[in-house]
Design a binder for this molecule. Sequence first.
Ligand code: NDP
Length: 248
Amino acid sequence: MFDLTNKITIITGASQGIGRTIAHIFAESGANVICVARSESKINELSLKINDKGGHATPMPCDVGDGEAFSKTINTVVDKFGKLDVLVNNAGITRDSLLMRMKDQQWDEVLQTNLKGAFYGMKSAIRPMMKNKFGRIINITSIVGLTGNPGQANYAASKAGLIGMTQSIAKEVGTRGITANCIAPGWIDTEMTVDLQEDLKKDLLDRIPVGKIGRPEDIAHAAVFLASDEASYITGQTITVDGGRVIN
Ligand code: NDP
């Protein structure tokens, strides 16, 4: 496993699913993880668990769609730890509907959390990363941002936006020791996907070359690599972790 010892890492959406697993696996790799989500009790519990196992974790409840609050959270981390090495923008929501029935609210909520939340995070993280001459920004997008998906125009727009935003930032900060990349998960077994209809699940599974659903660990391992010193020459990329779904 790649070594992330003493890498100060903010992980959003850490209260469950992929974000929670990223927090565990980063901590196991030596990172000092700051767990961000709105559910205070869940990130408190996660941090206790990581610290009990000898890792380093701090819970920081925050709504990433609230720019002032998210920026304050990042500034507090930099004040407390003296730097910020890694930002994982993982928080995400869905509000699915066919476009012709989609309400403004469904569009706005998804864009506010998935895209604007990442914008707020990156905007506040870049200055301390520049000062530190090191930074790793990892944005969790989705294969839906590459392919589109009926019923998810809002979600697909937010995830495709994340890819374009990441490429732009990679160009802005590339000479400063900062990389910015995306991970595009396919179908991963979390609370977000638990309620998919059975016939849809069967159809999805039939189209995954490796023949199984992904686990949060599959995403976390890719994130550890992108956060590592060894990934310094990779920037502006989207790594698809989907069991081959997009090639099918
Ligand atoms: P979950 O629904 O299981 O978890 C989402 C996380 O985001 C929770 O921790 C939630 O915490 C947090 N979150 C949501 N809104 C906010 C907010 N406004 N501020 C702070 N935190 C927030 O989803 P997954 O773990 O499955 O997904 C994680 C990421 O991976 C998402 O970006 C998702 O789009 C992406 N993804 C997932 C796939 C899958 O198949 N599961 C496939 C492709 C991409 P809380 O409610 O406590 O705030």
